[in-house]
Design a binder for this molecule. Structure first.
Ligand SMILES: Cc1ncc(COP(=O)(O)O)c(C=O)c1O
Length: 490
C-alpha cells in the first residue's frame, strides 16, 4: 500500500479493509486470509499441525516431520504473503529481528499520519491497549506493561527490586547482556552476588536436569550461609536455543521462596504461554522479534496478584523509569487493586502509533492462532535438527532435540567437518558471511559464542531461527547449502 493510499484512507475516515488495500494482484486465498485477520468477517477455524513424533509408517523422523509441515502448505503460503520481506534473502535470524507484516505496517502508517495531522501526544498508560493484549498472555492488564524491548523490561524488573547487600541471584552462564547488565549494576550499586550455573549443551539433557541444577545450587549456597533471593534465567537462551523449563524452575523458586525473573526475549510470537498460570514475578519479552511488532517494543509481565500458581508474597519493587507512582497504593498492591504495569508503560510522552502497531501484530497472531504458530515454528526447528543429525551427527547439536520441554524454534549447531574449528571465531563468522554471499537467495543466519562445559575456549555455534514464513523446502535448501559450504571450508 502506498503512502498516498494510506493518506486517502485516513482522510476519508474509512477503516482499512481488503478493498482499500491494493489487492488487485493478490490471490483470492490471500484476500481470504486478510479477511480472517480482522480486515473482514468470518475467521476460519484451522486444525493444528500434529505434534512431532518420528518413526511411524517406516518413515524417518525427518520424513514424518516434513510430511506434517507440508500438510498446510496453502495456509502458510498465505501467511508468508503478508510479509514484505526481501525475496532475495531467506530470513532465518528472527531471534535478532522480526519483520512487521502488512497489517501492522498499515496501522503504523495510518496512525503516524493521524498523529502528525492532529498533533497528537503520547501521554497515556495505555490501559485500553493492555486490556486487549493481557488475555493472550494469561494475565490481567495491571500485570502487562508495554516496554521498550526485552532489555528495558529487564532493567525495570531488576533495578526496581529492593536488593540488600549479600543477596544472591542464581542464574546461568548463558545469559544475555539484556539481563546481565542490570544485574551487574545491582552488584556494583547494592552489593548483591551472582552465582552462575554452567549450562549443559546438546541433546543429552532433560527438564529434570535444570530442576536439579538450580535446586542443588540454591541448596549449596544456603548451606554456605548465603541469602539466596532470586533466580534469573532465559527461556530460551539466545545462545543454544535451550528453553529452560519455566514450570519446573518455578517449582524450585516456590520451594525456596525466591523472586523469579525470566528473560523471555524470544517467547512472545513464538511460544504460547499462560504467564498467570506459570506465576513468575517478572517475564520480559520482545515485541520486535518473533512477535513482529515495531522496533522499540516489548512486554513486561509483572506478577501483581497472589494466585495459587505462586502463593509467595509479591516482592517489594519500585518503578525506576516512570511518570506514574503512588507510594501507598504500590505498597498495598497485594490487598487492593493497583495498576503496577501502568508505572512501566507510562513515562512521559511515548509514540502511540508504535503501541497500536504492536497490538495489530498481536491481533494478526491471534487470528492465525498462537498454538498453531508455536506448533509450526517448533516443528520446523525439529525438522531442521533431524536433518542436521542425519548429516553432521547428534554431537553437532548444541540445542536439545528430544525433550519437548526444552525445545523451541531456535536451533544451534556446529557445522564444521573438523569439530574443533567451531572455536575459531573468524571461521564461524566467515561461515555466516558465506551463507549470505555464496547463495541466491542468500541465507540470513548468525553465529553466537558461549562456554561449553569442559571446553578450552568458547564455541561459536551457528544459530538458525525458523519462523512462520519459512517452509520445509527452504530448510532442505539451507541444510544442503550448509553441508556444501562446510565441505568447502574443511
Ligand atoms: C535472551 C535475550 N535477552 C535479551 C535480548 C535483548 O533483546 P531486546 O533487543 O529486545 O532488548 C536478546 C536479544 O537478542 C536475547 O536474545
Amino acid at each position: 500500500m502506498s503512502s498516498v493510499q494510506v493518506e486517502a484512507s485516513v482522510q476519508n475516515c474509512t477503516a482499512i479493509t481488503p478493498e482499500t488495500l491494493a489487492t488487485e494482484n493478490w490471490s483470492s486465498k490471500r484476500r481470504d486470509f486478510l479477511r480472517m485477520l480482522g480486515y473482514g468477517a468470518g475467521a476460519a477455524a484451522l486444525g493444528p499441525l500434529m505434534t512431532a513424533c518420528g518413526g511411524a509408517n517406516g518413515q524417518t523422523a525427518a520424513e514424518q516431520l516434513r510430511a506434517e509441515l507440508v500438510r498446510d502448505t496453502a495456509f502458510w503460503k498465505n501467511v508468508d504473503g503478508m510479509f514484505v520481506l526481501n525475496p532475495a534473502k531467506y530470513f532465518m535470524n528472527i531471534g535478532t529481528a522480526g519483520s512487521m507484516p502488512q497489517p501492522t505496517l498499515d496501522t503504523f502508517a495510518a496512525d503516524n499520519l493521524a498523529k502528525a495531522r492532529d498533533s497528537l501526544n503520547g501521554y497515556s498508560n495505555f490501559a485500553d491497549l493492555r486490556k486487549k493484549l493481557a488475555p493472550t498472555f494469561g494475565v490481567d492488564y495491571d500485570e502487562l506493561a508495554i516496554s521498550a524491548n526485552t532489555s528495558s523490561g529487564m532493567c525495570h524488573a531488576i533495578l526496581g527490586l529492593d536488593w540488600q547487600p549479600g543477596d544472591v541471584v542464581v542464574t546461568t552462564n548463558h545469559e544475555h547482556g539484556g539481563g546481565l547488565t542490570p544485574l551487574n549494576i545491582a552488584v556494583a550499586r547494592y552489593g548483591i552476588e551472582v552465582s552462575m550455573i554452567p549450562m549443559p549443551t546438546g541433546n543429552n539433557q532433560t527438564a529434570a536436569t535444570y530442576t536439579n541444577l538450580f535446586d542443588e545450587r540454591v541448596r549449596q549456597l544456603k548451606a554456605q550461609g548465603k541469602r539466596v533471593r532470586a533466580m534469573m534465567w532465559s527461556s530460551p537462551t539466545y545462545k543454544t536455543g535451550t528453553l529452560l523449563p519455566m514450570a519446573e524452575l518455578m517449582g524450585v523458586v516456590k520451594a525456596h521462596g525466591l523472586i523469579s525473573i525470566v528473560d523471555g526475549a524470544h517467547l512472545p510470537g513464538m511460544m504460547q504461554y499462560d504467564y498467570g498460570a506459570l506465576g513468575m514475578d517478572f517475564m520480559s519479552g520482545a515485541g520486535h522479534k518473533w512477535q513482529c511488532g515495531p522496533g522499540s517494543t516489548g512486554f513486561l509481565i509483572i506478577r501483581n496478584k497472589v494466585r495459587s500458581s505462586n502463593p509467595l508474597p509479591l516482592p517489594k519493587w519500585f518503578p525506576v523509569h516512570t511518570s506514574s507512582y503512588n507510594a501507598a497504593a504500590l505498597a498495598n498492591r497485594a490487598n487492593a487493586f493497583y495498576d503496577v504495569a501502568a508505572s512501566v508503560t507510562s513515562c512521559g510522552s511515548v509514540h502511540t502509533p508504535m503501541f497500536n502497531a504492536l497490538v495489530k501484530s498481536c491481533e494478526v497472531w491471534d487470528g492465525i492462532g498462537r498454538a498453531k504458530i508455536q506448533t509450526y515454528v517448533t516443528t520446523m526447528s525439529a525438522y531442521l535438527k533431524e536433518k542436521i543429525v542425519e548429516r553432521w551427527g547428534i554431537n553437532s547439536l548444541y540445542s536439545p532435540k528430544d525433550d519437548p520441554k526444552l525445545t523451541c524454534a531456535l536451533t544451534c549447531f556446529n557445522p564444521f567437518r573438523n569439530p574443533a574449528d567451531v572455536m575459531d571465531s573468524k571461521k564461524s563468522s566467515d561461515f555466516v558471511a558465506r551463507m549470505a554471499s555464496d547463495y541466491t537467495p542468500s541465507f540470513i543466519i548468525r553465529n553466537v559464542n558461549f562456554p561449553v562445559i569442559g571446553a578450552a575456549a568458547d564455541h561459536y555455534g551457528i544459530r538458525i531461527s525458523t519462523h512462520l514464513w519459512t517452509n520445509a523446502d527452504e530448510i532442505d535448501a539451507l541444510v544442503d547449502a550448509m553441508w556444501t559450504l562446510s565441505g568447502k571450508m574443511a
